[in-house]
Design a protein around this ligand. Structure first.
Ligand SMILES: [Zn+2]
Length: 291
């Protein structure tokens, strides 16, 4: 497997996880597990063969998902665009799979963070997917287009400014092609948006269903597999931590009840796997990828 794309099927739907690149998060233990008790955190990291003193960065993939239903070509999230030299590869990686930006008729944006909306526009500032309607959760759109106060986030001011700049630059120009949803909605036959707020206001998951197969895309409801083993741990990026924990539990219960395949944006590429109940919590079981 290369780390640029991964093809699979959900029923008769042809799906491709397509990479926009990667980004190295410094101090991952503090960033991803903001409320973890120190001693327990160190123990859990060691169980994952991570040295708490030496774990200096987490290199996260930034994968978008293309779903070709036969009638529609849907893209979920647009990557980080020019956020870093290691990002902004979505369009060439789509083209390598034979998909032109014009072929996409629906773009679903799970939430307004830079790594999910950064590729909304082309180099001229026009929508990068000219024939698509863009879909976003109403509350998320309203939040990110209203110069939100991010003071409660325990991150550097530089990161707060990055979030605000990306929202300011990448959201208003798509307004002419935008549909907002405020409840579970079938966007095209077989693809539904599901409310999963907490990580940000209006953060959403996407349920994909064809025949008797299901894929549940949980976006950023969990950022690392350890968030499944430790259901009470959350990250510094989670704007409403208590709500994240509720949304995560609801999504996981849905996935385990339906034995759905799951896609998690920040998990190791391609982020596909199953969630297995384990004790009081769960465990991530990535799919086997050849090569
Ligand atoms: Zn993200």
């Amino acid at each position: 497997m290369n780390n640029k794309s991964y093809r699979f099927k959900v029923g008769v739907f042809e799906c491709i996880v397509v990479s926009d690149g990667t980004f190295a998060y410094p101090h991952p233990a503090q960033i991803f597990f903001a409320n973890a008790p120190q001693e327990r955190l160190e123990q859990v990291l060691r169980e994952h063969s991570l040295d708490p003193e030496q774990w200096e960065e987490y290199v996260s993939p930034y994968p978008s998902l293309v779903i070709d239903t036969g009638q529609h070509r849907v893209l979920v999230d647009t990557g980080a665009g020019g956020m870093a030299p290691t990002t902004g590869k979505l369009i060439p990686n789509l083209q390598a799979e034979g998909i032109a930006p014009e072929d996409i008729d629906t773009v679903i944006l799970t939430h307004g963070h830079p790594d999910h909306i950064g590729g909304n526009l082309d180099s001229e500032g026009k929508p990068a997917f000219p024939n698509a309607r863009y879909v976003m959760w109403k509350e998320g759109w309203e939040f990110w287009t209203s110069e939100p106060d991010l003071a409660q986030m325990k991150v550097d001011e530089q990161i707060r400014q990055l979030l605000l700049t990306f929202a300011r630059n990448n959201l208003p120009p798509i307004q002419g092609q935008l549909d907002l949803v405020d409840q579970e909605t079938e966007i095209v036959p077989g693809i539904r948006t599901i409310p999963a707020a907490g990580h940000t206001p209006g953060h959403m998951a996407v349920a994909i269903s064809s025949g008797d197969e299901q894929l549940l895309l949980i976006a950023d409801a969990a950022l690392h597999p350890i968030h499944l083993e430790q259901p009470d741990w959350y990250s510094v990026f989670d704007l409403a931590p208590e709500q994240v924990l509720v949304s995560k539990r609801r999504l996981v219960e849905r996935a385990t009840a339906e034995k759905a395949l799951v896609q998690a944006f920040h998990f190791p590429f391609p982020g596909l796997g199953h969630i297995i109940p384990k004790g009081e919590a769960w465990q991530w079981q990535p799919i086997e990828t050849a090569g």
